[in-house]
Design a protein around this ligand. Structure first.
Ligand code: SF4
Ligand code: SF4
Length: 441
């Protein structure tokens, strides 16, 4: 049966069900799904997982999935960044189709089994402690930034040897003061003449926004306040996306409980929640309700969470926006996977089209970074390879600016552009920074 005519759905993740961790059942499910993919092959160019799978089958004695060894089954999982693109953009066999195929969540199940067996690497475990690392990194910003600098020939080879972090990979520098601690000094009062006066937004600063780069947060609060929106910045904790990547679903459920409880009174008081990072928005909107099923605070939070560009576009329709200055600029827009996975369309394009005379152009390819996946030695070259089509497209026509909604994709794409021999832009920031610029803020 080809394709389903009904809207795709996703099943709750049964991470508390013992049978989900049964290794024989998992292997049988991997072989069933890989066999369907072998017959389909639509996803051949999305990432490295599928080429690894198809090459392994083509080189197998009978060219069948049943020939694959457990090591070959695992190699497919190890190359997956959980970008969700196969599920969201290609697969005709997702639920409610009878094939019931959710490739990324099958990869997640494999990682959950590995995690339960204590096979998550030390580096993966430590890097996933984003909040702890962020607090330490900001407190010791000078030392941390010296040690993690790509040009540091002393520390980076040691980090590569000890933690497996490729010495060429960009690691985001820390700010000296977390964004939430700057909030009192940077949030303007809402403009009483702004068209959205009376609206209230709690900006959820993800770890990168809070500890590493406050630029998108600063731009968003200015744009919102200029339009009359009352703003606050919150960072109750990490959304636990890096722990999801590790298959640590108990930790994800715990984060969902704590963070949704933090936002519950604000939501009850009429605040909307706007995460600055697409991966955090994806977690709050879609992944948490599948992991923390039946939790009312999680359900309410998912309903009241909006991506940055999605929120600005919605405001433009609901209340209108304050007049925006013309900006005759070509803007290459990277449509990050976790923005695409929110199933809302390319909202950054829609938002930038609100700027008179701006000419945004869309690139719908993965940057290849994949959270912390792309910084490891065994993945860095693959991360660059996967990102090459996106990087090539972004620099085509020599645009005035390049933007990405993913804060990790931006610096990585700069590295890929350099690897392609292209002219590297000074910054690949968030599209909201262009909005702030157009407003002259
Ligand atoms: S989720 Fe992304 S990286 Fe993983 S298999 Fe699908 S397309 Fe590839
Ligand atoms: S995930 Fe779906 S679309 Fe992609 S290769 Fe497998 S069956 Fe085909």
């Amino acid at each position: 049966m080809e394709g389903s005519l009904e809207a795709p759905t996703r099943h709750p993740i049964p991470w508390q069900d013992e049978s989900w961790y049964d290794e024989a059942a998992l292997e049988a499910e991997l072989r069933r799904v890989y066999d369907i993919c072998h017959g389909c092959r639509r996803c051949f160019n999305l990432c490295d997982s599928f080429p690894i799978l198809f090459d392994a089958i083509d080189e197998a004695p009978n060219e069948e999935v049943e020939d694959l060894t457990p090591v070959q089954l695992k190699a497919v999982v190890d190359a997956c960044t959980l970008c969700d693109m196969c599920f969201m953009t290609k697969c005709p066999y997702v639920p409610p189709h009878s094939f019931d195929l959710d490739f990324p969540h099958l990869m997640l199940r494999y990682r959950a089994v590995e995690h339960r067996k204590g096979q998550t690497s030390f580096a993966d475990t430590q890097l996933a402690e984003m909040d702890r690392n962020g607090r330490l990194g900001t407190a010791l910003a000078g030392l941390a930034n010296w040690a993690t600098d790509q040009d540091n020939g002393l520390t980076r080879p040691i980090m590569e040897k000890v933690a497996g972090i490729d010495r060429r990979a960009h690691l985001p520098p820390f700010m000296e003061t977390p964004l939430v601690n700057q909030a009192a000094g940077i949030i303007p009062a809402p403009n009483p003449d702004g068209p959205a006066f009376g609206k209230k937004v709690a900006v959820y600063a993800g770890c990168h926004d809070n500890f590493n780069d406050g630029t998108p947060g600063l731009a968003l609060v200015k744009v919102l306040a200029h339009n009359g929106v009352r703003v606050r910045i919150e960072h109750p904790d990490c959304c636990a996306m890096p722990k999801l990547e590790n298959g640590d679903l108990a930790a994800v459920a715990s984060a969902a409980q704590r963070i949704s409880a933090h936002f519950a009174p604000l939501i009850a008081d009429g605040w909307d929640v706007v995460p600055l990072t697409t991966s955090c928005a994806l977690m709050l909107k879609f992944e948490w309700p599948l992991i923390e099923v039946g939790n009312d605070a999680v359900t309410q939070l998912s309903k009241h969470t909006f991506d940055v560009s999605e929120y600005i576009v919605a405001l433009s329709k609901e209340t209108g926006l304050a007049p925006i200055e013309a900006m005759p600029a070509s803007i290459a827009v990277h449509f990050a996977c976790h923005a695409r996975a929110q199933n809302m369309g390319p909202k950054a394009m829609e938002m930038l089209r609100l700027i008179p005379e701006a000419k945004p152009a869309l690139t719908e390819r993965c940057s290849g970074h994949g959270g912390k996946w792309g910084i490891f030695k065994e993945n860095f070259d693959r991360a660059v390879k996967v990102g090459k089509p996106a990087a090539r497209n972004l620099v085509k026509g020599n645009p005035d600016m390049i933007v990405s909604e993913c804060p990790l994709a931006g610096p990585h794409l700069k590295q890929v552009i350099a690897a392609n021999g292209g002219e590297v832009p000074e910054r690949i920031g968030h599209p909201i920074e262009i909005m702030a610029k157009a407003y002259g803020l």
